[in-house]
Design a protein around this ligand. Structure first.
Ligand code: PMP
Ligand code: GLN
Length: 381
């Protein structure tokens, strides 16, 4: 049929999870934790449902949650967004990304995307009738080349998307990067979409440079986060967007007619949780750093070469000592023949770098899961 997304197929995450299930592989592919959510969060959810919070929430999110997000943002980044005018609760970061694009990008315009990029960006852009202009990150360090990005900006550019900590590489943007970006966008009508879903998963004492910390970028930014990542509940699909009042107003028009509101009981649960246990998100970096360090140590006993992981919960490995297959073929082989599911990088690119031999492993797992995977990876030829 003559439809709008002819090139879009089933996501690589679904494909690899299905293959993992079929072959009973240890699934380090699709990014999701295999450990429980904080007990208090379950109690709060249960309490909310029993208390009768089971009908439509306010369109923008319940006030208590927006206030709790404002307080958390002030605590972490030193700026307090206005809960009424600047914060909108969404059905995960995916909905927030979609809304932001639909709200401001017109047909025929361009959005700059840095490859490798999360897979939901491009379809959102195409559905707006716009075009993604892909600029590659450095193939080894995944750092942005600001000169090339500057060169990609033209009269049709309406939005630029960044993601730090970055999926799939874990790379993080520095304060200097944010200053350079601000300079590039100064005196343009280009909006920024800052995908910060891994904002609390940062390692080695590094600081996450949220666009919210940068007064100039904040003026033009949709900052997107996800409770799924922060509270080990990717299946709850709850997130939020922080943007200046005029941008939030447009964003909310899309949200209003897309989902209207999100799952009400979980909003109550997160409102209580953010206030009662700030240590949860404050200690998330240390929690994941222990997993990262243990996993990397174990990987040294395999032929896979781990790349640095500054943030997020993915470990990239170079598999060139094991196989000369391209990354999709390698990940399929690893899953079906060797019992460990991984995600290839090429689906994150418009033009994958030639000869790149990298796969993504998710370490948001309990030790026995990672141990089982390592045992299998140690047997690689
Ligand atoms: N952006 C990035 C970079 C992600 O990794 C993810 C989750 N895979 C999302 C957005 C979507 O988040 P959510 O599950 O909250 O929709
Ligand atoms: N964000 C997850 C990842 O990168 C997958 C999300 C999804 O399956 N749609 O693995």
């Amino acid at each position: 049929p003559d439809t709008k997304l002819p090139k879009v197929g089933t996501t690589i995450f679904t494909v690899m999870s299905q293959l993992a299930a079929e072959h009973e592989a240890v699934n380090l592919g699709q990014g999701f934790p295999d450990f429980p959510v904080p007990p208090r969060l379950v109690e709060e959810l249960d309490r909310a449902m029993r208390a009768g919070h089971n009908q439509y929430a306010p369109m923008t999110g319940i006030p208590a949650l927006r206030q709790a997000i404002a307080a958390k943002t002030a605590r972490v980044y030193g700026v307090r967004p206005d809960p009424d005018a600047e914060i909108t609760v969404t059905s995960g970061a995916t909905e927030a990304i979609f809304n932001a694009v639909q709200a401001v990008v017109r047909a025929g315009e361009e959005v700059i995307v840095l490859d490798p990029a999360y897979d939901s960006y491009e379809p959102a852009i195409e559905l707006a009738g716009a075009r993604a202009v892909h600029v590659p990150l450095d193939p080894r360090t995944f750092a942005p080349d600001w000169r090339r990005i500057g060169d990609a900006i033209g009269p049709k550019t309406r939005m630029l998307m960044i993601n730090s900590p970055h999926n799939p590489s874990g790379a993080m943007l520095s304060a200097a990067d944010m200053d350079t970006l601000a300079g590039l966008l100064r005196d343009t009508g280009i909006w920024l979409l800052s995908d910060e879903v891994y904002e609390h998963i940062v390692f080695d004492g590094a600081r996450h440079e949220s666009a919210l910390r940068h007064p100039e970028l904040r003026e033009r930014a949709f900052v997107v986060s996800s409770f799924g990542k922060t509270y080990h509940c990717t299946g709850w699909k709850l997130g939020y967007c922080i943007a200046p009042p005029a941008l939030s107003a447009e964003f909310r028009k899309v949200h209003q007619y897309n989902v209207f509101c999100t799952f009400a009981p979980a909003q109550h649960a997160f409102a209580a949780m953010l206030e009662a246990e700030p240590e949860h998100y404050e200690q998330l970096g240390a929690f994941y750093q222990a997993k990262r360090d243990r996993f990397r140590e174990q990987l040294l006993g395999t032929k896979l070469r781990p790349l640095p992981v500054p943030g997020g919960y993915f470990q990239l490995v170079d598999y060139s000592a094991v196989s000369d297959l391209d990354d999709v073929a390698f990940c399929r082989w690893l899953t079906s023949e060797k019992g460990v599911a991984a995600i290839p990088l090429s689906p994150f690119y418009e033009t994958p770098p030639a000869g790149q031999r990298l796969a993504r492993l998710c370490f948001a797992k309990n030790a026995p899961t990672l141990d089982a995977a390592i045992e299998r990876l140690q047997r690689l030829p």
